[in-house]
Ligand binder design. Sequence first.
Ligand SMILES: [Zn+2]
Ligand SMILES: [Zn+2]
Length: 278
Amino acid sequence: MTAPIELVLLGTGSPIPDPNRAGPTTLVRVGTTNLLFDCGRGALLRAAAAGTGAAQLDAVFLTHLHSDHYTDLGDVVTTHWIMTFDQKALPVYGPARTQEVVDGLLASLGPDIEFRLAHHDDLTAAPDVAVTELAGTETIELGAARVVTAPTEHRPASPSLAYRVEHDGHAVVLAGDTLPCDGLDRLCFGAEVLVHTVIRDDLIRNIPVPRLQDVCDYHSTVAQAAQTAARGGVERLLLTHCVPPMLAEQADEWQALAAEHFGGAIDVAEDLFRLSVA
Ligand SMILES: [Zn+2]
Ligand SMILES: [Zn+2]
């Protein structure tokens, strides 16, 4: 029997710190291959709760370079470095300028790296972060998983990417932050699950804070995410990274809004929500 694709939503929060929700992060596991999609606040705390850690990660994929999607990349880099004993590289895939982000992180870790190299005889090299900047549509084979990318629409946070993880004829899609777009539609076609970040423009429009109003420019609403799910013919839609921050008792309302446009299963994901696709 082949392994299922296992999804664990490690963090489902908005950019605003929330005692119950970590920042946007999803773990996808295929057999023994562990892939991390985005790396928000508290990613490794939730990974520990899901029974994995930095040393078990085979790669990190970033959808885009808004800080809430990679706040804890430095933690992953450091912990991977310290907790792996064969000093293997950590592959990090992302859009253009991912190398710039990683170089900056490594520079900020300069003193720590120097101290640990001086202190541990068996640690002989600085963290090895192998960055691959992806352009548009590419396919990456990692263990039992095939990862396919497509460009999304989140300007000015550009370029941005969505990812599709395939294994044994099954597929799940991680949209990241994006308006509806052709790239995401292509990835969704024939997939079972779509994980999509969403906003409620009907609520945001009533909050007279210009900086919050701006959020509406470049995110999908619940309705738009549901329409993307319907066009792609996916079986299940997981709503995550909800803005404005959602209270647990409001989940039914968000779900009902999506159900107006999508007839499949809909979940408003909480941290550590798990799903197996086989
Ligand atoms: Zn964003
Ligand atoms: Zn975001």
